[in-house]
Design a protein around this ligand. Sequence first.
Ligand SMILES: *[C@@H]1O[C@H](CO)[C@@H](O)[C@H](O)[C@H]1NC(C)=O
Ligand SMILES: *[C@@H]1O[C@H](CO)[C@@H](O)[C@H](O)[C@H]1NC(C)=O
Length: 341
Amino acid sequence: MAIISFAFSLTRVAMLPIFILLLCIPLPMALSLTFKKLPLPTGVNGPASSAFDSLGGGPYVSVQDGRILKYEEATACFVEFAFDAPTRSSAVCDGKSNYDDLGSTCGRPLGLDFNPLTQKFYVADAYAGLMVVGPKGGLATKLAGGVNGVPFRFLYGVGLDPLTGDVYFTEFSKVYQLRNFTQAVNNGDATGSLLKYNPLTKQVSVLLSGLSGASGVAVSADGTFVLVGELIGNRIKRLWIKGSKCNTAETFIEFQNGRVNRIRRTKLGDFWVAVNVINPATNFILPTGKRINQFGTVLETVRVDKEYSNTRISEVHEHLGEYYIGSRNATVTFVGVYDAI
Ligand SMILES: *[C@@H]1O[C@H](CO)[C@@H](O)[C@H](O)[C@H]1NC(C)=O
Ligand SMILES: *[C@@H]1O[C@H](CO)[C@@H](O)[C@H](O)[C@H]1NC(C)=O
C-alpha cells in the first residue's frame, strides 16, 4: 500500500512538468486519452462509414464483407442489419475481406447516410450502385445503377440534403474499381463525378465531372451548397445549389499531400473531414481529422496516429460529443470512438 501511494505521488510530481509542456505544444492535438474500440464480429473489418438512426441507435457501419452492421448497446455487439447485393450469401461472404474478387457477389457499401424524416439509410455501394434500406434493414433496394445509360464504375460517398432529402453521391472514377485504387492515384485519374438522386422524380443527374478521385460528400446545414472531396486531387470543391451562385463550383480548401476522404456535417454546421497526410519523402501516412467551418477555415486538426499508427482512416463522424472513426483498411477490426476533445 505504502509503495503504491509513494509511486503514485512520485508520478504526480513527475507529471507536472509534462502537463505544462503539453499545454505549450501547438496543434495538431492528439485525442488519445479517451479512446475505446467497439469490436466488429470475428473476421469482419474495414468499417468505412457510420450512421445513427433518429433514436440515437447505432452506430450502423458499412463493412468490408458487404454488410451494414448495427451496434447494440445492451449487448455491446454488432449484429447484421442490411446488405446490398441480392447475390450475397452468408456462407460465401461473411467475414471475408477479399472484396476485389467478392465485391460483385457480396457488395461493398462504402458510403452511408441516414434520413431522419423518412427513416431510410442511403448507401453508396462500390459495386451494387446507389441503394436504400428501410428502418428494418434486410436486402437494400437499388435506386440507380448508372446514369445516362452508363453503369457506375465505383461509387464512394453519399450525403443527404437535410432540408429536401435529395441524395448527393460520388463516383470515384469511371475507369478504376477498388482493386485499382493505387493505379488510379498514381495515374492522377480525374474521371470522378458528383451526382444527385431526386427521391421524388427518381432521376439521377451529373452535377460535376472530371473530379480527381471523388470521395466524401456533405450538404451544408442550410442546404445552400455541397462539398465534395477529391482524394487524388487533395482538395474539397464546393458546388452552390441555391442562391445567386447556384450551379457554380469553386475550390473550397486545398491540402498539401492531404488525401481527402469523407466529409461529415456536425450538428453546429461545421464539417469533420478525414485527411490522410502523406509525407512525400518517406510515404509515411499521418491519419488526421480536420474540423472546417462553412467558410473553409480549419478550426482544429486532430491526429489519430497513436491509435491508428500509419493506417488510413476514412471518416470522422461526430455524434453526441463522441467521434467515430472509420477506416476501409482490412487491419481495422473495430470502430474507434474518441470522447469529447
Ligand atoms: C486493375 O488491376 C488489375 C490487377 O490488380 C489489372 O489486371 C487491371 O489491368 C487493372 N485495371 C486498370 C484499368 O488499371
Ligand atoms: C492497411 O494498413 C496497413 C498498416 O498501416 C498497411 O500496411 C496496408 O498497406 C493497408 N492496406 C491498404 C489496402 O491500404
